[in-house]
Design a binder for this molecule. Structure first.
Ligand SMILES: C[S@@+](CC[C@H](N)C(=O)[O-])C[C@H]1O[C@@H](n2cnc3c(N)ncnc32)[C@H](O)[C@@H]1O
Length: 246
């Protein structure tokens, strides 16, 4: 689905206020979920059979819904270790769970991936989750993603990929902070503003920030090929990578 107003209407209808608020505060985050769906649709277009998908950090279900509406060939296991978030996704996306298109796992990403067989999954998709990980944990997650993918399988991630030009990155973050103040003071959501600013300090800390070139090298070192970074929007970008072998 490419029309933004249609897409927003569908997502507001299914996800509700969580989608509307995120779209207001950080439209680039919802945009990244949309792009993950677009990439998943492109990948699934070449497949004749159903595809198994592991989603990391499903949250309230925004990225999951983007995947579910991208192609009806996808059978998704959505992993999130925050029960409050995952319970909302279970409510929002119950229809797809009842149809057998969607299952949930409440383990943390690394534990869940470790429990999945090697070479067994067609796609690992995620949005706005890996940047939350400690760098050492993220490295292990990437290695596990590579292990569980079938040869020819694809990793798709729409996320915060820090700019290699650190000064430019800082200026972009400063603009981002200004944007949060403008939007959230206008609608008088100072508690949400506090939460976002506090969280941003974690995102920007040395042991979390997912710098573009480091992240792409990490994928290469884990064995991925056809690594692309596209749709750079401020500090956000879409990354895809393929497990070679087909
Ligand atoms: C910012 S939300 C993104 C949700 C959704 N993908 C989206 O883009 O709207 C990040 C999600 O990742 C989950 N998460 C963070 N660390 C995790 C981990 N180690 N294992 C599993 N889920 C994790 C959080 O609970 C949260 O729901």
């Amino acid at each position: 689905m490419t029309d933004k107003s249609q897409y927003d209407a569908l997502f507001s209808g299914v996800i509700g206020q969580d989608y509307e608020l995120l779209n207001l505060i950080c439209p680039l985050a919802t945009q990244m979920s949309r792009l993950v769906g677009v990439a998943a649709a492109e990948y699934s277009a070449q497949a004749s059979d159903n595809l198994t998908v592991v989603e990391l950090g499903g949250g309230t279900g925004i990225t999951t819904l983007s995947l579910l509406t991208a192609s009806d060939k996808l059978n998704i296991l959505s992993i999130d270790n925050e029960p409050v978030m995952q319970e909302q996704a279970k409510t929002h996306l119950n229809k797809w769970a009842l149809e057998g298109k969607l299952a949930f796992c409440g383990d943390d990403a690394l534990t869940a991936l470790t429990n999945i067989a090697s070479d067994s999954v067609d796609m690992v998709a995620s949005a706005y989750t890996l940047h939350n990980f400690l760098d050492t944990y993220r490295k292990e997650v990437i290695q596990e993603i590579f292990r569980i993918l079938k040869p020819g399988g694809q990793f798709i991630n729409g996320d915060r990929y820090g700019l290699d030009d650190v000064s430019q990155h800082t200026r972009t973050i400063q603009q981002e902070v200004s944007g949060y103040f403008k939007v959230l003071t206008r609608i008088n959501k100072l508690d949400v503003l506090e939460h976002w600013i506090v969280h941003l300090f974690s995102d920007e800390s040395e042991n979390h920030v997912m710098r573009e070139s480091v992240a792409l090298d990490q994928l290469r070192d884990s064995g991925f090929s056809d690594i692309t970074l596209s749709h750079r929007l401020e500090v956000n970008a879409l990354v895809t990578a393929t497990k070679p072998g087909l």
